[in-house]
Ligand binder design. Structure first.
Ligand SMILES: *Cc1c(COP(=O)(O)O)cnc(C)c1O
Length: 386
């Protein structure tokens, strides 16, 4: 089976992790801060806070932003459930803004319209979480302008998008947001096995995320109430969690960062090859916005079902039967039973549902060979009857 995504691990990565195993600190040492600094420097942002997953990063980000029961949080329906679960962890309610037909990112027109309505009914969101789908940035400048006008915070779910650019800057630079979050799951661009990292330019937000990732406990006297009892002393000042990333993971991530530019270049080259090879088939290939460079975490095609005999399910099933590990990103989040129980029903975001009925993610990862890519295209051509 050719998988839809896969990590790239070389001897240098293995040696970096081995060196940590032979050292004194498996966690809470010097390697993790070096990894955080490396990612922050890459992005052109002041702070990086690494945690054990992007899900945890989204959670500590919401906590640092003060999301609480009664708040409203809006995100894209075309994402992994973690993008909205983070709001529920904080007791907030969630809603979904429909996607744009071309990029499958949150539509800024739909957002502007929903904000106007929400203002009239006094139900504005405290936070909006855009998702840079497949690694292509949302229209952050427009989102930033709406955030200023309506007074909400912005948390970018950039899980797909480390290495991507927008308007000449790097995704994660937080030019138009409060916090951005990356995932280092093995199918993503850079891996630490499991892991995530939040970036911000705001020192208080960085400090609060550091606190929430480690039990809400601090040894920093400036954060304490009253006097220190002595050199052993620490205080718990918030209800935090143990979301720490280990030194082994930090070492793997640091080593992987050496190849980030290569990873993104190779993924873009593979995407261009797919574009050319798929141009005569009855499907839509990914649209690029001129002011973005995608990191191509995923390559998603959309079937033109009115030009094909087979159904969406037929095409998906024949690809799997042909040994091609296709996938579907994403089922609209609100269609999940857990969300349906909150009252969401089909029809809530029609564009996301139309997309869901036609989309298939085909293999995309740096070690995908030209021959494997040809096999994918061959299987797809026969699945759609060409
Ligand atoms: C992968 C992913 C997450 C969760 O990342 P983890 O590191 O697995 O917790 C969140 N949001 C999106 C959009 C993702 O693709």
């Amino acid at each position: 089976m050719i998988p839809y995504g896969r990590q790239n691990i070389i001897e240098q990565d293995i040696e970096a992790v081995g060196a940590v195993l032979r050292s004194d600190f498996l966690t809470q040492g010097e390697v993790l801060p070096a990894f955080e600094e490396r990612v922050a420097a890459w992005c052109g942002v002041r702070y990086g806070v690494a945690v054990n997953s992007a899900t945890s990063a989204l959670h500590v980000a919401c906590l640092a932003l003060g999301i609480k029961p009664g708040d409203r949080v809006w995100t894209s329906p075309n994402s992994f459930v973690a993008s909205s679960n983070c709001a529920l962890y904080c007791g907030a309610s969630v809603d979904f803004v429909d996607i744009e037909p071309a990029t499958y990112n949150m539509s800024m027109d739909a957002l502007a319209e929903k904000l106007e309505e929400a203002e009239r009914s006094d139900a504005l969101p405290a936070l909006v979480i855009p998702v840079h789908f497949c690694g292509q940035s949302c229209e952050m400048e427009k989102l930033g302008a709406l955030a200023r006008r309506y007074g909400f915070k912005v948390l970018e779910d950039a899980s797909h998008a480390i290495g991507a650019s927008y308007q000449g800057g790097r995704v994660g630079d937080c030019r138009y947001s409060d916090i951005a979050v990356f995932s280092f799951h093995p199918v993503k661009i850079v891996t630490t096995a499991e892991g995530g990292l939040a970036t911000t330019n705001n020192p208080e937000l960085a400090q609060r995320m550091q606190l929430f990732r480690s039990h809400g406990v601090t040894r920093d006297e400036t954060l304490m109430t009253g006097e220190s009892h002595g050199p052993w002393y620490y205080q718990q000042v918030e209800l935090g969690y143990n979301y720490r990333m280990t030194e082994l993971q930090g070492a793997l991530g640091l080593s992987q960062m050496d190849r980030l530019e290569t990873f993104v270049t190779v993924r873009n080259r593979l995407a261009e090859r797919y574009d050319a090879m798929l141009s005569s088939l009855p499907l839509t290939t990914p649209a690029r916005r001129a002011d973005t460079r995608s990191s191509f975490h995923l390559y998603v095609i959309r079937l033109k079902l009115d030009e094909i005999q087979a159904s969406h399910r037929d095409v998906f099933t024949s690809m799997r039967a042909a040994g091609i590990g296709v996938n579907l990103h994403y089922i609209p989040i609100y269609l999940q039973p857990y969300y349906a129980r909150m009252g969401f029903a089909s029809g809530h975001c029609p564009e996301a549902e139309r997309y869901y009925a036609e989309a298939i993610s085909i293999p995309m990862y740096p070690d995908l060979t030209d021959g494997q890519q040809e096999a994918v295209v061959g299987a797809l051509a026969s699945a759609v009857g060409r």
